[in-house]
Ligand binder design. Structure first.
Ligand SMILES: Nc1ncnc2c1ncn2[C@@H]1O[C@H](COP(=O)(O)OP(=O)(O)O)[C@@H](O)[C@H]1O
Ligand SMILES: [Mg+2]
Length: 241
């Protein structure tokens, strides 16, 4: 269910061996915000996404969704939270090759307790919304890369998630198709009120989001929200003079 819950990371540290992939990240992501994360390869973007979404447990720090803990839950509870609250769009290998598009979209709904009939009906609605009604019986291998990504978006959004996490989801597509898919993702997330946390290399895609955070060496290097707040303070100070 979409909720008005802020997703927050506090003091997130994640180490693989001696070099930390995350070296202390604090971030507040208000409900409904579309956030782009950019940064060099190996800077910790995916690790941040995985910690925020409960796929990885941080070595220290905590993640909360509203007043609920994401980090620190048992594996089973974290899986439940992921299933009910989060949608995921990753680069590839995320659709089940044996299943037609509509069953791929319906699967997370069925896993979270929706009846097969209702889940398939919701899947058909989402596929239509994303312009895929004629593809609904095709398997992933029988579709173009862009179509498969749209199926993945339909699948992520069909559970009506609080937060959609997308990790470089257009890396394997040509630029025009990639832009089309990303525009669809950002527009649909806005329309449904889902928070979107999106890792991208593409500045144009980032520009469609409300906010841009840049990660370097496992830390937040720049944050357009902080810069905007700073500019507001300066304007107010100027007005007060
Ligand atoms: N499962 C892992 N095992 C060991 N090292 C990892 C693992 N995942 C990430 N890393 C390391 O952590 C750092 C950050 O990785 P990652 O978050 O994937 O960066 P990005 O997504 O920005 O390219 C890199 O140095 C990477 O090699
Ligand atoms: Mg990555």
């Amino acid at each position: 269910m979409t909720t008005e819950a802020m997703l927050a990371g506090r003091g997130l540290v994640k180490k693989f061996g001696s070099v930390p992939a995350l070296a202390g990240v604090d971030i507040d992501i208000p409900a409904g915000q579309t956030l782009a994360i950019m940064g060099p390869s190996g800077s910790g973007k995916s690790t941040l996404l995985h910690c925020l979404s409960g796929i990885l447990a941080p070595n220290s720090g905590e993640v909360t969704l509203g007043n609920r803990q994401v980090s620190g839950l048992s594996d089973a509870k974290r899986s439940q939270l992921r299933l009910h609250e989060f949608g995921f769009v990753f680069q590839d290998g995320q659709l089940i090759p044996e299943l037609p598009a509509r069953e791929n979209v319906a699967l997370p709904l069925m896993l979270s307790g929706t009846s097969r009939r209702q889940a398939l009906r919701a899947a058909d609605e989402w596929l239509t919304r994303l312009g895929l009604e004629t593809e609904s019986q095709r398997r992933p291998g029988e579709m173009s890369g862009g179509q498969a990504q749209r199926v993945a978006i339909a699948r992520a959004l069909a559970v009506n998630p609080s937060v959609v996490f997308a990790d470089e989801p257009t890396g394997a597509l040509d630029q025009a198709t990639g832009h089309e898919v990303m525009q669809l993702l950002t527009v649909t997330a806005r329309r449904t009120g889902s928070t979107l946390v999106l890792v991208t290399h593409d500045p144009q895609v980032a520009a469609w989001c409300d906010r841009l955070v840049e990660i370097r060496d496992g830390r937040i290097h720049a944050d357009s929200a902080a810069e905007r707040a700073q500019a507001d303070v300066q304007v107010e100070a100027g007005e007060a003079r």
